[in-house]
Design a protein around this ligand. Structure first.
Ligand code: SAM
Length: 227
C-alpha cells in the first residue's frame, strides 16, 4: 500500500486519489461486511483497488483461478468452469492502472481483479442485460466522473444486493458543498460542485437506501440498499 501511494503521489494527477485514511477505511469496511464480489468505478493507479483486493477473501466467488484464464476472456461476471474474478474494476485509462499494477501483483492479489478499460456506463448496461447479474454485488465504490454519479446510481441500485453497499467518494467535494455559491473555488471544483450537490440531495431523498456520509478523506457517502 505504501509503495503504491508513493507512485500515486509522484503522478501528475496526485491530488485525484483516495487518501490513506480512505484506503484503510475501505479495507476495514469490506472485511466487516464480508464482501466477496465488488465493483470499482474509477481506478486511477489502483490505490483503493488494492485496499479492496487485500480485503476480499481468496475463496470469494472464485472457484479456482489457478488454471490459466480462458482466451477469449471471460464474459462479464458470468460463472464459467474456471470461476470468475471477485472485483470488476473500470477506468477509461489503462495506463495509470498499469503504473500501479506491479504493486498489486507484488501484494499477490492481481488475480482477483477483472480490469475493463473504457467508460463505465456501457459496462453497467451490459451487466444489466443479464438478469443473473442483478442483485449480486456486495459493494461498489464509485470514484470517477461526478457528472455521471446519478446515472451510475440508478444502474447500481439494480446490481447491488439487498443489504449491500454503494460507496460514493468525494461527496464533500473539497468542502465546497457547504460554501456559498459565490465563494472563491478552483475551476475544477466549481465545475463539478453542482453535480455533487445534486447527488447529495438525491441520495438523501432516495427511499430505497439508508445513507451515512462520512468525513473520511474528501467524504464518502455509504448507501445501504434497503429495498
Ligand atoms: C479520482 S480517480 C480514482 C482514484 C482511485 N479510486 C484511487 O483511489 O486511487 C478518478 C478516475 O476515474 C476515471 N474515470 C473518469 N471518467 C470515467 C468513466 N466515465 N468511466 C470510468 N472511469 C472514469 C479517471 O480516468 C480516473 O482514473
Amino acid at each position: 500500500m505504501k509503495e503504491l501511494r508513493e507512485i500515486t503521489a509522484n503522478h501528475p494527477w496526485n491530488l485525484m486519489t483516495t487518501s490513506a485514511d480512505e484506503g484503510q477505511f475501505l479495507n476495514m469496511l469490506l472485511k466487516l461486511i464480508g464482501a466477496k464480489k465488488t465493483m470499482e468505478i474509477g481506478v486511477y493507479t489502483g490505490y483503493s483497488l488494492l485496499a479492496t483486493a487485500l480485503a476480499i477473501p481468496d475463496d470469494g466467488t472464485v472457484s479456482s483461478l489457478t488454471s490459466p484464464l480462458p482466451d477469449p476472456p471471460l464474459p462479464i461476471h458470468q460463472e464459467t468452469e474456471t470461476g470468475m474474478k471477485q472485483i470488476l474494476a473500470m477506468d477509461i485509462n489503462r495506463e495509470n492502472y498499469e503504473l500501479g499494477l506491479p504493486c498489486i501483483e507484488k501484494a499477490g492479489v492481481a488475480h482477483k481483479i477483472d480490469f475493463r478499460e473504457g467508460p463505465a456506463l456501457p459496462v453497467l448496461d451490459a451487466l444489466l442485460e443479464d438478469e443473473a447479474n442483478h442483485g449480486t454485488f456486495d459493494f461498489v465504490f464509485v470514484d470517477a466522473d461526478k457528472d455521471n454519479y446519478l446515472n451510475y446510481h440508478e444502474r447500481l441500485m439494480k446490481l447491488v444486493k439487498l443489504g449491500g453497499l454503494l460507496g460514493y467518494d468525494n461527496t464533500l467535494w473539497n468542502g465546497s458543498v457547504v460554501l456559498p455559491a459565490d465563494a472563491p473555488m478552483r475551476k475544477y471544483i466549481r465545475y463539478y460542485r453542482d453535480f455533487v450537490l445534486d447527488l447529495n440531495k438525491a441520495l438523501a431523498a432516495d427511499q430505497r437506501v439508508e445513507i451515512c456520509q462520512l468525513p473520511v478523506g474528501d467524504g464518502i457517502t455509504l448507501c445501504r440498499r434497503a429495498k
